[in-house]
Design a protein around this ligand. Structure first.
Ligand code: PEP
Ligand code: MG
Length: 327
């Protein structure tokens, strides 16, 4: 990474053919928010709030959470910060939250499904986020600076349930303006129902790690499947295309899974029309530099032939051959 690439990371990014994108950061803590700001991130696209809840004997209090969220927003100095609501279950467990043993935790009560049975934990987090976002100025896009995002949504009913809980907590705290509320697209049905979700959500963010796992029925924790469990599988790409198609014009769509930071997959996702890539802070400069070299329109024109290929390896190979000319 060159000095000039690091400096250019603080500038807005457009592709070679003039398409504007945001490059945001994935973080876990307020310390990482500071490193995101120092890397030139256009915002935080994913703050994994569960890191506040892990490795401790009791749940973080409202005040502890509020301080952490507020510090992250302050570090980003007016740029958007998306906090993903507690995503517990599957590979992440809490000592103070006894969940019944289940044969397939990745398919069990996790993400938004869990909150319906854990109202106290959930409401404390909503209250902390509402307080942390109280009275902050709006961002350039007209949305609140502190934004909430719901993991593992399968249908619009779950979004409505969260919005209703949020409105009710806001009313009891005397807060009139609700924070922007987005949906993670990581369950295949959510990608297929993106038109319904986008009509009611303020933004969507594709979690390619889980979307790939659930679309291919390949556990993301199984190392021997890692090579085949690739977002570039034509079927996963078709799900993403369907999501973008459904959302089009209704609300912005980001990608916050690891694919956003992969040079080939990130370029393809940008060409497919996503508005934001959210990546590890250390990848911001390289991802912005890659987007500036990308002819998004020309790559988008190749999409039908890429989607017709047999498997992820073939798509990866085809993209590799295009790098140097289009990306
Ligand atoms: C994802 O599933 O792509 C995602 C960003 O969330 P996590 O990796 O935390 O499950
Ligand atoms: Mg996920």
């Amino acid at each position: 990474q060159t000095e000039s690439e690091r400096a250019a990371a603080f500038e807005p990014v457009t592709t070679l053919d003039g398409r504007r994108l945001h490059v945001a950061a994935n973080i876990a803590t307020r310390a990482e928010a500071r490193s995101a700001a120092r890397s030139g991130a256009d915002g935080v696209g994913l703050m994994r709030s569960e890191f506040l809840f892990l490795e401790r004997q009791t749940a973080p209090t409202l005040a502890e959470q509020q301080a952490e969220y507020r510090a992250a927003v302050e570090a980003m100095d007016g740029k958007p910060v998306v906090v993903r609501l507690l995503d517990i279950g599957a590979d992440k467990q809490l000592p103070y939250l006894r969940l019944p043993a289940t044969p397939n935790p990745a398919l069990g009560e996790r993400g938004v499904r869990l909150w319906q049975t854990q109202p106290a934990l959930f409401e404390t987090q909503l209250d902390a986020l509402l307080e942390a976002g109280r009275d902050l100025p709006l961002c350039e896009d007209g949305l609140t600076a502190l934004r909430l995002m719901v993991p593992m949504v399968a249908d619009v009913g779950e979004l409505r349930w969260v919005r209703q809980r949020l409105a009710s907590r806001a009313a009891s705290l005397g807060i009139e303006r609700l924070p922007a509320l987005g949906v993670m697209i990581e369950v295949p049905t959510a990608a297929l129902c993106a038109d319904d979700l986008a009509r009611e959500a303020d933004f969507l963010s594709i979690g390619t790690n889980d979307l790939t796992q659930y679309a291919l029925a390949m556990d993301r924790e199984v190392a021997s499947l890692a090579l085949r469990s690739d977002v570039l599988h034509p079927g996963v790409l078709r799900l993403i295309a369907s999501c973008l198609d459904g959302a089009s014009g209704q609300c912005p769509v980001a990608v916050c899974g690891a694919a956003a930071g992969d040079p080939l997959a990130g370029a393809l996702l940008a060409a497919m029309g996503v508005d934001e890539l959210s990546v590890e802070p250390g990848r911001i400069a390289a991802v912005k530099a890659g987007l500036r070299r990308l002819d998004a329109g020309a790559l988008a024109a190749r999409l039908p032939s890429l989607l017709a290929l047999a498997d992820a390896a073939a798509v990866r190979q085809a993209l590799q051959e295009l790098s140097g000319s289009l990306l």
